[in-house]
Design a protein around this ligand. Structure first.
Ligand code: 3SL
Length: 247
């Protein structure tokens, strides 16, 4: 297996696909997706475009849908929810489809949509993702960070490093065996430096600071936890994610 880390959708190759590609948006889209599926959402359907989300979700029974919209960290008017994973309670989500649009995370998902296997990962479901990858042994694996409007983000890269580091340890392989690009090596180094202080790293991150200004302390605390959810969000059809257990 060769693992390639790409920091943003813009840096991800568009002329080829990987056997398995994983979108990462720790703050907060992929943390929200993992949580929604964990508490019983039927599926999460992601859109980069808000108008398209409104149009497609209109055809879904109103009592079986929730619309989540975020721009610039805040909830979009007209949606039921913003993008806080803490809003994903079993009472609200069970049996519903979550239609979601966010600034960057849903774009990362869109840029890998054509890969044969598409997953989403966050720190909270890191180990479940690692176990899936170890079982499937894809020849090429991409970890795609969402970044922020085209720029690198610490939180997505540290999560990519957390996945890569666990793969190395659990597959008992070397950096040379696993790393397909330099970004992978730097992501592992970032994770190893901060693995015991992930919350502090999220506080340093520019998007962490943006969320703190919007009163997002509890979201940061939640998203900084590692391996708390045994859930693998997997693409069933373009843009539609379900729990692997429900496939
Ligand atoms: O950019 C995104 O996709 C979001 O996850 C950003 S936010 O954390 O909801 O502000």
């Amino acid at each position: 297996m060769k693992l390639f880390v790409y920091h943003t959708p813009e840096l991800t190759p568009s002329d080829r696909t990987a056997d398995c590609a994983i979108a990462i948006d720790v703050l907060r889209a992929t943390s929200t997706i993992a949580t929604a599926l964990h508490v019983g959402a039927e599926a999460v359907q992601a859109f980069s475009d808000l108008d398209k989300l409104m149009q497609v979700s209109e055809d879904w029974p109103a009592e079986k849908r929730l619309r989540a919209g975020e721009r610039g960290g805040s909830k979009v008017t007209g949606c039921d929810l913003g993008n806080s994973p803490l809003d994903c309670t079993p009472e609200l989500m069970a049996g519903k489809r979550l239609f979601i649009t966010t600034t960057n995370g849903t774009r990362a998902l869109q840029c890998i949509q054509a890969c044969p296997v598409v997953l989403t990962a966050a720190l909270i479901n890191r180990q479940a993702i690692v176990e899936y990858v170890l079982k499937q042994q894809p020849e090429t694996l991409w970890l795609v960070g969402s970044g922020w409007e085209g720029s690198f983000s610490l939180e997505d890269t540290v999560c990519a490093g957390a996945i890569a580091s666990a793969l190395m340890t659990q597959a008992n392989c070397t950096l040379e065996d696993l790393a397909g690009n330099d970004e992978t090596i730097s992501a592992i180094a970032l994770y190893r430096q901060w693995q015991n202080n992930l919350l502090e790293l999220l506080h340093h991150a520019s998007h962490g600071q943006r969320l703190l200004r919007l009163d997002g302390q509890e979201d940061l605390k939640y998203c900084a936890q590692t391996d708390i959810l045994d859930i693998v969000p997997i693409q069933k059809s373009p843009g539609v994610l379900v729990s692997l257990k429900a496939l």
